[in-house]
Design a protein around this ligand. Structure first.
Ligand code: TXA
Ligand code: MG
Length: 334
């Protein structure tokens, strides 16, 4: 298959929407990471997304919408709190989990009776959804287990020849995936931390918000082989995607509390090709660059990436979640 490069023009977005409507796959920019889009209501199309990504099929997709009418089409029992969150953070990097409507196929929700929904703020993404006239299921447009794609070239690196088209958009502003919040219980539960933080949600709703316990579990490394697809048994988060090995570059990643330089020198002396990443206190920059930096260092053939841990609250916590997973929870004090 030849992967078409499409531009951010009205004409090309129309071409992209036609591919989606015909059951094909199109990668497109969002403000978080690039998505790999398929018609969310077409089971066959969604099945091909799992294939293209090499993704385990019990890992459900986020359904992307462009307006509030579409929310009722795919979700039910949305409730007051969710509407408040939608008003404050949509369009934007927030995904909410609701009871699903029958119209959403099993394959889209990984067989769950819930559906994850997000309205992205990226204009190209919303234009594509509107033009397609159907909600778009889109996981991140990377091979399963690899760092998220924050540029169109990252997408091509993983997906060339596996999907019909890529919309060649800009670099993603946020750089890590959306916050996922389960809205089906009495109180919201954060299943995946992101740019919209626990504090943001608590302040708006005046409700206590918790993190899914699985966020703090360390998956068993032996059960998490390189290909990223194997299940870590005994690790049962509410968000099925959180149990798989994630964000792993070819290089080994190690997080360091404290000084990077002495450890880098040590490894270099042993003949290892080392690189260091230190974002200081700038969590916005860390979010924007972390996945991109991992990919860049892989291209350079680096063997060991030492990353200084972030100690900032809010967004810093969300980035640490990605950093820990990319490092397979390998953290040292120095
Ligand atoms: O920022 C984002 O959310 C990006 C862009 C493309 O929108 N998408 C993304 O999709 O990160 P993906 O498939 O890589 O991650 C979706 C996450 C997974 O952890 C999945 O398990 C969880 O959302 N999820 C999806 N549906 C769910 C559901 N019904 N209940 C619980 N978790 C769900
Ligand atoms: Mg992903």
């Amino acid at each position: 298959m030849k992967t078409l490069r499409l531009n951010m023009t009205t004409e090309d977005i129309k071409v992209a929407s036609e591919i989606i409507c015909a059951g094909g796959l199109v990668a497109f920019p969002t403000e978080t990471v690039y998505g790999l889009g398929a018609d969310a209501l077409n089971a066959e199309a969604v099945r091909s997304v799992y294939l293209a990504k090499g993704r385990p099929s019990d890992n459900p997709m986020i359904v992307h919408i462009a307006d509030m009418q579409a929310l009722g089409q795919v979700a039910r029992e949305t409730g007051e709190a969710a509407l408040k969150l939608a008003e404050a953070f949509w369009p934007g990097p927030l995904t909410m989990v609701f009871k699903r409507q029958e119209i959403v196929p099993d394959v889209t929700t990984g067989g769950l009776d819930t559906v994850a929904v997000r309205m992205p703020s990226n204009e190209i993404a919303r234009e594509l959804i509107r033009e397609a006239g159907t909600p778009i299921a889109a996981p991140s447009a990377n091979l399963s287990g690899k760092p998220g794609p924050t540029t169109c070239n990252d997408v091509l690196e993983d997906m060339e020849g596996r999907i019909e088209a890529v919309i060649m958009g800009e670099r993603c502003e946020v750089g890590i995936e959306s916050t996922v919040v389960d809205m089906t219980g009495a109180l919201p539960i954060i299943l995946r931390p992101g740019k919209v933080t626990k504090e943001d949600i608590e302040e708006l709703l005046k409700l206590e918000v918790s993190y899914d316990e699985a966020l703090f579990d360390r998956p068993n490394k032996e059960l998490n082989p390189e290909d990223g697809a194997q299940r870590a048994e005994g690790f049962k988060p509410k968000s099925p995607g959180m149990k798989y090995k994630h964000y792993a570059p070819k290089a080994r990643v190690r997080l360091v509390h404290g000084e990077l330089e002495p450890l880098a020198k040590e490894a270099e002396a042993e003949g290892t090709v080392v690189a260091t990443l230190d974002y200081g206190e700038d969590s916005e920059e860390a979010a924007r660059r972390f996945f991109a930096d991992l990919r860049e260092l892989d291209r350079k053939g680096v063997q060991l990436i030492l990353v200084e841990t972030l100690n900032t609250p809010g967004l810093g916590f969300s980035i640490m979640n990605r950093m820990l997973k990319s490092a397979g929870f390998d953290v040292v004090e120095n």
